[in-house]
Design a protein around this ligand. Structure first.
Ligand code: FES
Ligand code: MG
Length: 573
């Protein structure tokens, strides 16, 4: 740090006047020695801990480890809570609140005397929400992902948290799986602290954070319960103090190159489709121009290297033992921008030069990948004028080029009411169309795109069908599922006017999603379409409905795009 650069926190704590007294005196009731206020970098530890977010339930202890590191490096750690988003509990969906949590994070950072920030994350939305908020302030910031749970073991078999859910209906239908079996499986699937241990959205977000350069190298794949994770937490605490001294702000790390690295890495690990929405939202906060097509262009030629559920066989614990993300980054080599700078001040190439693989069945080489090309395909066509996405590595090859008869559900309630009706006119070649689950429609764009198949078809042994919606899909899910259709049905996209019996063509190779009706018929139906009543007239949800953008823009609120920086030009008296 140049000697002249005054710490931001000194604007609060440095004054010898009434305001200096006010800012320091009350803080002293927590018992801090005087030198804490005299120029130590103040590090905010932004904690998404909550007992209602089980995946983040251990983050209070994590905060203590981080504080240890901050103090060792001469900083002054101050932990603060922000809204936590628990994927398995919150209704109607955590995604409705991602932008709210980001606002909480942004305003909490800016309004307080912080010089640097540590984001403690875990469950799916707690990572993008805090990163988005922090980007809009742009202080030096390091991410500490909470880490995945240990492997689930149920009756001798490994079960992935998150992925097992999608087998339950099939087991109940075909294997007499009863309530006692279910309860036993529940505890077996969640036997330690941490977030989902598949390459679901939480692990995807941890990998994204590391690939962006926002973490110390090697942290993403370590299980929450691993003592090496604690060491990394402590080292992250030490490092953020240095980052403040170097003025290594988020925008210096989050360059276009960093985003491209995150897209390529996500393809190689078989990460969640949710990355598209979250990474786009983060890019729009920090001011990097990222388009839906970038995900296809940069990601779809990348080989799948990581054999983890839901696309593959193993879980995060094996990923860690196999050498972790570093092996993938090293293997990707020239597909990445090796010169991109990361939180430790080194480049991606430096950080992973010595990575070693200990289990090639878990992490493949580029010469012999699990699939020659992974990533995400971005679809266009009259059914998705502003785009839609599909994850080919999670889809059934035979269905990737398919024309079928639409079976339409107008809402989630309609789907639940009719999907298992024995009279429902549906067969395995049909295309299941689900409306009303987009950002505005649900509201909150829930993870329902991979709806269960009709019971009668499951009994016949049908494993997959083409499903299309304006919603998202859990990162732990799989199937030939077209997601993020934009414009969504609730704002009058073509999806809104699809009718039972229409024919729909999906052709992933051609990147096409087409409703097979004439232009005149489509125009006539759209002219007749009436927007549904908004689902809230007050409160945060009203603000959300008035401002949420469509999926291809990251489903952020339009008023939150960009950043306001860290300056607050008025004090409280
Ligand atoms: Fe929290 Fe999966 S439910 S990470
Ligand atoms: Mg999820």
């Amino acid at each position: 740090m140049s000697e002249e650069r005054k710490l931001r926190s000194q604007e609060w704590f440095g004054g010898d006047d009434k305001m200096g007294f006010v800012h320091r005196s009350w803080m002293r009731n927590q018992g801090y020695p005087d030198d804490y206020f005299r120029g130590k970098p103040v590090i905010g530890i932004c904690n998404t801990w909550s007992e209602l977010t089980p995946c983040n339930g251990h983050l209070r202890e994590v905060a203590e480890r981080v504080k240890r590191g901050v103090i060792e490096a001469g900083g002054f750690p101050l932990e603060f809570p922000v809204m936590s988003l628990g994927e398995t509990i919150m209704r109607p969906t955590t995604m409705l609140f991602r932008n709210l949590a980001s606002m909480d994070t942004e305003e909490s950072i800016r309004a307080n005397p912080l010089d640097g920030v540590v984001l403690l994350t875990g469950c799916d939305k707690t990572t993008p929400s805090t990163i988005m908020g922090a980007c809009s302030v742009d202080l030096p910031t390091i991410v500490v992902p909470g880490g995945p749970m240990l492997n689930g073991r149920f009756r001798g078999e490994t079960i992935g948290s998150g992925s097992f859910n999608w087998l339950i209906k099939e087991k109940q239908t075909n294997e007499a799986f009863d309530a006692d079996d279910l309860r036993e499986a529940e505890i077996c699937a969640a036997r330690s602290i941490g977030h989902c241990n598949t390459m679901g959205t939480a692990s995807t977000m941890a990998v994204m954070s590391e690939a962006l350069g926002l973490t110390l190298p090697g942290i993403a794949s370590l299980p929450a319960a691993d003592s090496r994770k604690r060491v990394m937490q402590q080292l992250s605490g030490r490092r953020i103090v240095e980052m403040v001294k170097e003025d290594l702000t988020m925008s210096k790390i989050l360059t276009r190159q960093a985003f491209e690295n995150a897209i390529v890495t996500n393809a190689a690990v078989g990460g969640s489709t949710n990355l598209i929405i979250h990474l786009t939202a983060i890019a729009r906060r920090i001011g990097v121009d990222l388009r839906l097509e970038d995900f296809d262009r940069l990601g779809s030629g990348v080989p799948l290297l990581v054999n983890l559920m839901p696309s593959g066989k193993f879980l995060m614990e094996e990923f860690c033992y196999a050498g972790g993300l570093g092996v993938v980054m090293k293997e990707l080599g020239d597909l990445l921008h090796g010169g991109a700078i990361t939180a430790n001040g080194q480049t991606i190439a430096d950080n992973y030069r010595d990575a070693k693989c200990y289990h090639r069945e878990v992490i493949a080489t580029r010469e012999a990948p699990l699939q020659p090309s992974a990533g995400i395909a971005v679809l266009r066509g009259n059914l998705c004028e502003n785009g839609a996405v599909i994850k080919p590595s999670a889809a059934t090859p035979a269905l990737m080029k398919h024309t079928g008869r639409a079976v339409v559900f107008e809402s989630m309630e309609d789907y639940h009411a009719r999907i298992d009706d024995p009279e429902l006119d549906i067969d395995a070649d049909c295309v299941i169309v689900l409306k009303g689950v987009g950002p505005r429609g649900y509201p909150g764009m829930p993870e329902v795109g991979n709806v269960d198949l009709p019971e009668k078809l499951i009994r016949q042994g049908v494993k997959d069908m083409v499903r299309i919606s304006d919603g998202r899909m859990s990162g732990t899910a799989y199937g030939t599922v077209v997601l993020h259709v934009s414009p969504e049905s609730s704002v009058g996209g073509t999806l809104a006017v699809v009718r039972n019996g229409d024919r729909i063509t999906l052709d992933v190779e051609q990147r096409l999603l087409q409703l097979e009706i004439s232009e005149e018929e489509l125009a006539r139906r759209k002219a007749e379409w009436r927007a549904p009543e908004p689902r809230a007239t007050r409160g945060y949800v009203r603000i959300y409905l008035d401002h949420v953008e469509q999926a291809e823009l990251g489903a952020d609120l339009d008023i939150l795009t960009g950043k306001s920086g860290s300056t607050v030009d008025r004090d409280l008296h």
